[in-house]
Structure formats: C-alpha cells, structure tokens
Design a binder for this molecule. Sequence first.
Ligand code: ADP
Ligand code: ADP
Length: 229
Amino acid sequence: TGEVRFDHVHFGYDPEREILHGVSFAVPAGKTLAIVGPSGAGKSTIARLLFRFYDIQGGRILIDGQDIAQVTQGSLRSAIGIVPQDMVLFNDTVGYNIGYGRAGATQEEIEEAAKAASIHDFIMGLPQGYATRVGERGLKLSGGEKQRVAIARTLLKDPPVLVLDEATSALDSRTETEIQDVLRSIARKRTTLIVAHRLSTVVDADEIIVLEQGRIVERGRHGDLVRAD
Ligand code: ADP
Ligand code: ADP
C-alpha cells in the first residue's frame, strides 16, 4: 500500500491566485518520486496538500485509490510521515524525542516499536549506540544526530508514505551525505516523495518531476534530466 496520485490538481492559497495549475503525477507503492524546482515553484505546497491542510480547487488527490477529500485528517496523519525542513527537538532526552506521539512510552516500548518499523539499526546507528545515548539531552546532539532523532520519530509511526522536505538542507556536506545514505535505505522500503532544490541530491529516485511556477515542465529519471540540462 501507499500509492499516491495527483490528478490535475489546481490550487491557490487565495482562490484568486492559483499556485498549482493542473499538476498530475503518480507514485506507485514503494517507489520514490522527487520533486525539484526553484524556490516558490510550489513543491512544499504539494506536500502540504497531501495532509489536506487546504482544500484543492480542482482535480483529485488519491492515496491507494481513495480520494483524500473523503478521508479524515487523523487517518492521513497516520498514513503519511513527514520529515520537515527544520527539525525541532524538545528540551528533553533522545528517548523522549524519538517516542513523542506515544506519550509515556518506555524505553522498551520504543525499542519494540523501532524493531517493528525496521528502524532499530537506524536508531542504533547513533554514534556510541542507542542504549548509551537514549538518556542524553537531545539539544546537546550534533546537527546530524538531531536529524537522525527527528527522522526516527517520524519512522516510528511506520507510515506507508514518507515525505522528505529538503531534509538535509541545513547540514554540512559530510553529514548530508551520511544522512542521505540512511534516507535512501529507508526510502527503498516505502513510498517516498522527496522535495529538493537540486537534482544532484535525488540521483536514485524512480522518477523526478521538475516543477516551475506550479507546472510540471519535465519528468524522467535522473540520467535523462541531466542530459537534457
Ligand atoms: P517551494 O516549496 O517550491 O519553494 P511553495 O510551495 O512554498 O514553493 O510556494 C509556492 C507559492 O505559494 C509561492 O508563491 C509562495 O509565496 C506561496 N505560498 C506558500 N505558502 C503560502 C501560504 N501559507 N499562504 C499564501 N501563499 C503561500
Ligand atoms: P505527531 O503525530 O508526532 O504528534 P503531529 O500531530 O504534530 O505529529 O503532526 C502529524 C504529522 O503532520 C507530522 O508528521 C508532522 O510533521 C506533520 N505536520 C504537522 N504540521 C505540519 C505543517 N505545518 N506542515 C507540514 N507538516 C506538518
């Protein structure tokens, strides 16, 4: 499960000023779609519409064939995990930060859920291991470690659809590469939409769409688009 489809979607925050002019794409379950394009093109808007934060003015958005207009926001939130641009950690321990959304979860419960969501190794990948780090204050972690914690928090819900919104933009390039390797291995296991500025960060996507001023101007695999550049 986790097929995502946009079918001629028209949207404007202000109905008088349309931002997306009939956007269509489909992401088969388990595949990765990257949305690239300049700032202001409407990439983050597409991600927000998936959560039905706003009503669209034309077209349809479908998850597993079901029009999201017919689905409660609560069930959308459990179906879709988002790793946002700016990670905000609570002034509390790593364990609390990962377990947020499961109030009062014990370390054992978090570890169980992490195993079930196949992210155990990922959390363990924190330098020095999870067990010694889980009680540490989240705010003391490095940028890359914070990012891992925030990603783990999203993945713990085991959502069939994952949205990565320029997840690595604030990191130095070594950390960025490291996190991207992690994200790539996670993305392989579920439907993923990546919102990115640059083609170079989405080499492995099954399909890339280039968005400009609310229209898809190109689509294809990385090699095709680079040749066309
Ligand atoms: P991108 O993610 O590609 O940088 P956005 O989806 O953030 O682009 O923005 C697309 C357009 O929508 C821009 O013109 C932006 O100014 C406008 N926009 C974004 N968020 C809002 C909002 N909450 N209210 C009104 N206009 C918005
Ligand atoms: P949780 O389920 O962990 O309590 P929330 O209920 O705060 O999280 O949010 C549910 C999902 O919606 C989360 O993945 C969160 O990142 C995402 N989300 C919340 N607000 C926004 C927003 N303004 N823009 C994009 N995504 C959001």
